[in-house]
Design a protein around this ligand. Structure first.
Ligand SMILES: [Zn+2]
Length: 307
């Protein structure tokens, strides 16, 4: 049995899979806000409860909104800032009395979709999460790339490329930089841009719905969003040239992105044509937690993923 944990900023989700990937059990609970000790304890309790309920032990893989430093094993780059600087893997291994595997949540998302989701059968998959934050993960031959600095696929904190007039006064990111892809393409990024252009304070979902109903201010905001997404993805295509780009996170539910963005992408990519497919995820909110469980797949090479 494989147990996957998605340790998010607002909720901790657990899934237990059998050898064929069938879901045996799902559980979720809120993430203790701002409290590292309580967060670690909550993860261990979820695992303990699942194993008692199913009457068997499992391997444990965990996806986190950040990465493990290759210097000292401490967490970095986490937007759940209370994880930063803590030896999460070490502490969980102590509590659970076994080795665990840990990877960035966008890498888990990409892995899940590459194994049995939208990217099934593709050699190179770039997974993108467009949600409260923006993350990216690279899977090659069903293995998630970690990278020398454990930041492979870390797309959200590059500056938006190919700036246009509408991208002036780039917003500041929580990471300290200005104009990161995340500040434009996250849900809050879209909402902020919409307001700066005279729109109301409404959710990303509502902006998309109103654009579909003919609201011209919302339509303009969504067009700016599509243009930025295409430019930011063109850079990835020029470097990685993936077979498939899979979108996840709340904004991946905006249907028209799969029509508009590929057209725009073709105008920026350095190629006579673009065969890369832009696809919606198949496992929805479960992708991250499934990918975390797959971290212990026999096919999977640990040195590739989490070091
Ligand atoms: Zn940033």
């Amino acid at each position: 049995m494989r147990i996957g944990i998605d340790l998010g900023g607002t909720k901790i989700e657990l899934v237990a899979l059998d050898g064929s990937g069938r879901v045996l059990l799902r559980r979720r609970r809120p993430t203790p806000q701002g409290d590292y000790e309580a967060t670690v304890k909550a993860v261990a309790e979820l695992v303990g409860a699942a194993e008692r309920e199913l009457g068997q032990p499992g391997s444990v893989g965990i996806g986190i909104p950040g990465a493990e430093s290759s210097l000292n094993g401490r967490i970095k780059n986490a937007n759940s800032t209370w994880l930063i600087g803590n030896a999460l893997r070490h502490d969980l291994e102590e509590l659970l009395q076994r080795q665990i595997r840990l990877a960035n949540d966008a890498n888990c998302f990409a892995l899940s979709e590459a194994i049995d989701g939208a990217g099934r059968g593709a050699e190179v998959v770039f997974g993108v999460i467009l949600g409260t934050g923006v993350g990216g993960g690279i899977v090659v031959a069903q293995r998630a790339l970690a990278g020398a600095n454990r930041i492979a696929g870390e797309w959200g904190h590059n500056p938006l490329p190919l700036l246009e007039d509408e991208d002036q006064t780039p917003p500041q990111c929580y990471c300290g930089r200005f104009g990161c892809v995340e500040t434009w393409l996250s849900g809050p990024g879209l909402c902020g841009d919409h307001q700066r252009h005279g729109g109301e304070s409404i959710t990303a979902e509502e902006i998309a719905a109103r654009a579909g109903a003919g609201d011209s201010v919302c339509e303009a905001s969504l067009r700016r969003y599509e243009g930025r997404l295409a430019r930011a993805l063109a850079l990835v295509v020029n470097i990685l040239d993936p077979d498939v780009i899979v979108l996840g996170g709340g904004l991946s539910n905006i249907e028209r992105l799969y029509l508009t963005v590929p057209e725009l992408l073709a105008t920026h990519v350095f190629s006579d044509h673009v065969d890369t497919r832009l696809l919606r995820n198949q496992h929805g909110d479960s992708s991250g937690v499934r990918g975390a469980a797959w971290l212990w797949d026999a096919h999977y090479n640990a040195s590739f993923a989490s070091g």
